[in-house]
Design a protein around this ligand. Structure first.
Ligand code: ACM
Ligand code: ZN
Length: 755
């Protein structure tokens, strides 16, 4: 019961909020708005339940609302001006451990809960409500009955590719807490750095926590900054501090110690744990490396000792042991590894991976914990009690659930927050991929293939933030917001892709909270999308937005669009080389990034084009039209503006519509052997006036193509013809000594022009 109320300041007011949806994220499972509203007092007294200190909720409440000067929460240890919140602890049969009941009525705010976790979530909801209605100074009467659908609602952070300080990690944990996520997956070891102090093996951090330099720019550029990085690691004291900080916010920290792959930082410190002698260096490049832990006794002793210290620091039920991307190159050539395969009657190196994981699992189980690992721990048979983190897709999760193993779903296409969240041309450099907000929001962690019983093995959902291209914490914020909002609602189980627009409206309201907290977030949802379409004379550029279409302003003279620039109405004709810049404005305010698209026209622009062989499905972008759309392929965006052909030639016939003069034919191509993309072997141009009988007018060999990188220009003399046919010959089988040797080479081509 509340103590005597000093001043009762709750009033009934008009129903101003009935049209106003509540801006809660994640949206509660059950919410009923009642008649009336209550004034939010200047100071709010929280009456504690018996023997249940509220100090922490009070602190976090005030912290999150710190810039909202009018509202404070004080516990009844403080000097209250108004009484307001009543807390009631109930049995867990009435309210689930992580659930809560929140009622706002004319007299008070009532929170019911059965555990501290539920109480914490109730306060998070209350903070969001007060925040939303603080301008109006009154809050609608309502009842909320709420609890999460999934037990694992996780965010991962890679601190190896780039390191983040204890203070930054704590902020990251705050973000999880505000949006009711409950698991922080801390990726602590990898090829590019070992970031956790292990007392028994000091060289792990003395040597393994720094690297000579770091890869910068797009992966294809293969360039480095030349700057030593590190030493950067967390001491055990710091780790304890973070774990406690997270615990106070009802977040479990799951540490990840990578094995058997992604081990170069460890091997640089202790090369005797590899199959070959070394020496090894902490990686400066991103990717996957052949040198991995060798499954010898010495390695297992080392890993067990490391795990002893890790387990002592982290109270989590699960310990993440990595398991992903472990090439078998060294194991195939290692006498010890081969002997082990024979001795244990294993099928092959994949069986050895399974042996490795199972041996570690036994050890972790002995310590009273369980292992979780990436998909690849399924290779060669899953360890008995292991949980799978399904990242390459959802197959791993399905396989785990069907064999009664728990799984956390984190498929790359929906849950990798290192992907672009808008058109790469308007976004900071990212790893690649395209995972915009609506895509994350559309994700359902329960695979359709699973029946109700199997679905119980889906523990939940997680998003991952790999930090190869995330150099500082501002960029961390940018990559997770607003996508974390979508993840939060997917994990809570109240997302509804059919109501995406409604969700997006709430997201925009939450931008105000992010602004208050000085968080850098992506405004990509406002960005303008562009699409080239053919018209009678060439091509036009169509602009679109998911917002109000009247907000699109554009220029065609290269100047920055302003609120008084032309308002977009119809597709813009592209009749010559030009740059179209566009942006989204609301009430005169620039909301989006500025989109900029260059066009290079030629006599083939927008003309009819037929391909003899179709491009590979993953690199088919806009089909054959891509080659004559007046947009030159960008080296940094293989998924866009290029067509990719594996093992096939490009044979394109372009109908210019009428007899046309030209003296050169050109095309663009890529040379990126690391990604199996090779230059063409030859190019042949022929012409025709009936589209049937062609005459060859130019033939070049490999030398001609090698001598000109990127844009290949073929001088053909003065010609006059209606049809141009060009054959660009694929390099064929990748020669020995190259990545992907003996596989079919990729040929990437864009924009076939003539002038
Ligand atoms: C992963 O992205 N290699 C788990
Ligand atoms: Zn070996």
């Amino acid at each position: 019961m509340l103590r005597i109320l000093l001043v009762f300041s709750l009033l009934i007011s008009t129903c101003f909020f009935s049209q106003n949806k509540l801006n809660l994220i994640p949206y509660p499972q059950n919410l009923k708005i009642n008649k009336g509203a209550s004034v939010i007092p200047e100071k709010i007294l929280v009456r504690e339940a018996k023997n249940d200190s509220l100090q922490f909720e009070v602190k976090i409440f005030n912290t999150f609302l710190k810039t909202d000067a009018t509202h404070f929460l004080v516990s009844n240890h403080g000097v209250p001006k108004y009484s307001f919140v009543e807390l009631e602890k109930v049995n867990s049969s009435e309210i689930k451990d992580d659930g809560y009941f929140l009622e706002i009525n004319d007299k008070k705010i009532l929170i019911k809960y059965s555990s501290k976790k539920g109480k914490f979530y109730a306060f998070q909801t209350l903070i969001q409500l007060i925040n939303q209605f603080s301008d109006k100074k009154e809050i609608p009467n309502l009842k909320i009955n709420d609890s999460p659908k999934f037990a694992w609602r996780g965010m991962h952070l890679d601190v190896c590719r780039h390191f983040f300080t204890v203070e930054e990690v704590k902020q990251y944990i705050d973000y999880l807490a505000i949006y009711k996520l409950n698991t922080f997956h801390w990726h602590l070891t990898d090829d590019q750095g070992w970031r956790i102090e292990i007392k028994k093996y000091p060289k792990l951090t003395q040597i393994g926590s720094k690297r000579k330099e770091s890869m910068i720019g797009a992966y294809v550029d293969d360039t480095y900054d030349g700057k030593p990085y590190g030493p950067y690691f967390y001491t055990q004291e710091q780790i304890k501090e973070v774990v406690k900080y997270a615990q106070d916010r009802h977040i479990t920290v799951v540490p990840e110690i990578e094995m058997p792959g992604h081990a170069l930082a460890a091997l640089s410190a202790y090369p005797q744990l590899a199959c070959t002698k070394g020496p090894f260096e902490v990686a400066t490049k991103w990717g996957v490396f052949d040198d991995v832990f060798c499954p010898k006794d010495e390695t297992f002793t080392f890993l067990e000792n490391v795990l002893d210290e890790v387990i002592a620091l982290f109270p989590s039920q699960y310990i993440h042991i990595g398991g992903d991307e472990c090439p078998k190159t060294r194991w195939k050539e290692c006498a010890h590894c081969q002997e082990l395969i024979k001795k244990h009657n294993l099928k092959d190196e994949h069986g050895l991976q399974s042996y490795f994981i199972q041996r570690i699992e036994k050890y972790v189980n002995l310590k009273g914990r369980k292992i979780i690992g990436w998909d690849e721990i399924l290779e060669g048979g899953l360890a008995p009690n292991a949980a799978v983190m399904s990242w390459t897709g959802i197959k791993g999760g399905i396989e785990a659930a069907k064999t009664n193993h728990f799984a956390v779903m984190t498929p790359g296409a929906y849950c990798y927050f290192d992907h672009y969240q808008g058109d790469p041309q308007t976004e900071p450099n990212a790893f690649g991929g395209f995972t915009p907000l609506d895509k994350v929001y559309s994700y359902n962690p329960i695979p359709a293939e699973l029946n109700a019983e199997q679905s119980k093995f889906i523990l939940g959902v997680q998003a991952n933030l790999w930090t190869e291209y995330i150099l500082d914490f501002k960029q961390v914020q940018y990559m997770i917001f607003p996508r974390l909002f979508a993840l939060s609602e997917v994990g809570w189980g109240t997302s509804n892709p059919e109501k995406y627009k409604e969700f997006e409206n709430r997201v925009v309201q939450h931008f105000k909270i992010l602004d208050k907290m000085n968080i850098n977030y992506a405004k990509s949802i406002y960005n303008i999308s562009g699409k080239v379409i053919p018209n009678n004379t060439g091509v036009s550029y169509e602009l679109s937005t998911s917002q109000n279409p009247n907000g699109i302003k554009y220029t065609i003279d290269g100047s920055e669009p302003k609120s008084n620039s032309a308002t977009y109405q119809n597709a813009i004709p592209v009749s010559k080389a030009m740059t179209i810049k566009s942006a989204y404005f609301e009430n005169g305010e620039l909301k989006s990034a500025i989109s900029s698209q260059n066009f290079t026209t030629s006599k083939t622009t927008g003309k009819k084009i037929i391909l003899e062989h179709q491009p590979s499905e993953n690199y088919s972008f806009g089909g054959a039209f891509t080659l004559v759309d007046a947009i030159i392929g960008n080296v940094k965006q293989l998924g866009k503006t290029w067509l990719g052909f594996q093992g096939k030639d490009v044979v394109a016939t372009i109908d210019l519509g009428e007899k046309t003069n030209f003296s050169e034919v050109y095309f663009n191509t890529l040379d990126n052997k690391g990604s199996w993309i090779h230059l063409a072997k030859s190019a042949t141009v022929s012409i025709s006036n009936d589209g049937k009988n062609f005459k060859t007018i130019k033939e070049t060999g490999k030398e001609d193509i090698l001598s000109t990188k990127g844009k290949i220009i073929l001088k053909v003399g003065n010609q006059n013809a209606q049809f141009i046919k060009i054959k660009i010959e694929n390099a064929g089988i990748i020669p020995a000594g190259n990545p992907g040797a003996d596989s079919k080479a990729w040929l990437f081509v864009d924009e076939i022009g003539a002038q």
